[in-house]
Design a protein around this ligand. Sequence first.
Ligand code: GLN
Length: 247
Amino acid sequence: MCRHLGYLGPAVSVGGMLTRGDHSLVVQSWAPSDMRCDAVANADGFGAAWWDATPGVRDAAVHVSAMPAWGDPTIAGTLAHVRSDAVLAAVRSATSGMPVTATASAPFVDGPWAFSHNGVVRGWPQTLSPLAADVPVEDLLRLPAATDSAGLWAVVRHRLRNDEPTSVLRSVIADLDREAPGSRLNLLLGDGTTLWATTVHHSLSVLTADGSVVIASEPLDGDPRWVAVADRCIVVATRDGAQVTPL
Ligand code: GLN
């Protein structure tokens, strides 16, 4: 299962956020400690999104790669020199049968939104069909990749046009509980100011400290302030703190 993280706080190096801590996201790409599936590494690519600090511009920028995070020089190179007060990043372990391409790596971005999915939609693609019934065909034709996560992103993005993020994520999970029981649905959504994260059959921890918040599949270090999020919850976080509510 993939691993992901979100950060809000004082401006940091985007590359530095991927290598932060002795159990950083890059370390989790080859030595994750809580996979809950047959995979042993998250070697099928990675991605990082960040938000421009230019006043009035709050679109997410993204870098995605099909290379393992530990082997892509972009992290210690270009991304180390990009700074932002908001980062959303992921390392990927492709679900069996799904393509390994840069465009299949989260985050998926559109305007202010960046999205990552850690898990699997059982019975995909058939089980996603009822949720995608009202998604415009032009969105489906522009899916970044033929994966469950990209399909979920198309559904989430479409619902965000008419609804606020918390109820969008709640509605998507309720629909998948019905259509695709047993799915693993740790979703992570950001707009550069707020992070929304769900736990459905996968791990997640939160660290709020020093005017910043980090949400991560696995704690990045041994800081005792990391708090594990219970299963079937939604976290809504800003740099001032995080609220955890049952789904
Ligand atoms: N199923 C998704 C994919 O293949 C996410 C994978 C994961 O969480 N390991 O991209």
